[in-house]
Design a protein around this ligand. Sequence first.
Ligand SMILES: [Zn+2]
Length: 160
Amino acid sequence: MAEPVTRISTPMRLEYRFTPGRAASRFLRHVEQGELLGQRCPNCRKVYIPPRGACAACGVPTDEEVRVADKGTVTTFCVVNVPFYGQKIEIPYVSATILLDGADIGIFHLVQEVPAEDVHMGMRVEAVWHDERRPTLESISHFKPTGEPDAPFESYKDYV
Ligand SMILES: [Zn+2]
C-alpha cells in the first residue's frame, strides 16, 4: 500500500492593489525624491511617519507636514538567524525599529554594514538610499551606523 500524502508543495501568488490615500501618496512621492515627510497631530503634537492622515490617538486630521531626518536611533531590534523560503538577505541580519529624528513613531527597517552582534538599542543609524528611487520605502536599501555616540536611553525610552 502506498504511503499517505502528508505534504505537497504548490506555487502560490497573491496580487493586490494598495490604495495609499492622500497622506501616504504624498509621503511616497517625497520618498521618491529622497525625503521623508511626516505629519504632526495638531492636538498631541506627535509626528507620524509614514503619515496616515489622522492621529490614531486623538482622532483628528494631521494636516501639518514636517520633514523627518533620514537618520535616527535603534529602539528595538531582532537578529534574524532562521533561513526561510524566498530569503534575499544572508543571515544573520538585523531588522530594527528606528526612531527617526523628528518623528514620534518608529519605522521598521534593516540595519547593515555592521556585524549583527554589534547592533544595540540606542545605536545611531542613517539611511542608505538607492540611486534609483521609487515611491516605496524599499528606496532605502538599509540603515547603517553613523558612528555618533549612542543616544541616551531617556531620549527614546517612551518609544520602546
Ligand atoms: Zn494626536
